[in-house]
Design a protein around this ligand. Sequence first.
Ligand SMILES: C[S@@+](CC[C@H](N)C(=O)[O-])C[C@H]1O[C@@H](n2cnc3c(N)ncnc32)[C@H](O)[C@@H]1O
Length: 211
Amino acid sequence: MVQDYSSQRVAAFLLMIKSEIPNRKSGFKIWDCCAGSGGKSILAFDVLQNVQLTVSDVRPSILSNLKRRFKEAGINHYHSITLDLTWPLSKAMFSMSGTGFDLIICDAPCTGSGTWSRTPEQLFFFEREKINHYTALQKKIISNIISRVNKGGYFLYITCSVFKKENEEMVEYILQQSTLILIQKELFVGYDKKADTMFAALFCAASSDDQ
Ligand SMILES: C[S@@+](CC[C@H](N)C(=O)[O-])C[C@H]1O[C@@H](n2cnc3c(N)ncnc32)[C@H](O)[C@@H]1O
């Protein structure tokens, strides 16, 4: 698959955990919780290979897109569910996928400010209050999913935003809300490389051996 600069950098974050996969006897379970049309899941599948995927999004229509893209990418076995993550997780989710995941990817809904070099008209129409709207949404989503990272598992938070409030400040929020440990965070500046700017932060949960 041809990847742009920012996707390559996210792939490098995923590579950091690849060596963990053979150690998980019951398979490596990934939940792409804001899956959209599946870009990050496809990336994770390409990088990590032998994984069990669960995907969810609030929009059923985008999950239909995902289904098509997954087929093209050769991903045939996965769970898919429509979920609004501003609400506590439904029983349906757990009956389908069990209680926890080895990796949760949260490519959060955001201002999209990292894409404005491609779409300058969005910058023109942008209202600053939108930042607060998205940070409130991001916090709600994070609070509802964060406890679902398995012991020894990982949490990958991603945005295509340039704003500290959606990026570094959300990292602080995640650290406050959980016992996760930050492994690495980075803003991948893309505008000088004809790519979107993205932010990624990778966290891990202590394994039972560490406690
Ligand atoms: C940045 S996009 C994800 C892009 C996707 N990961 C990809 O690579 O193609 C964020 C996604 O979050 C979803 N979303 C927004 N609000 C949500 C909510 N309350 N619960 C779950 N998903 C939500 C949107 O529908 C959107 O598809």
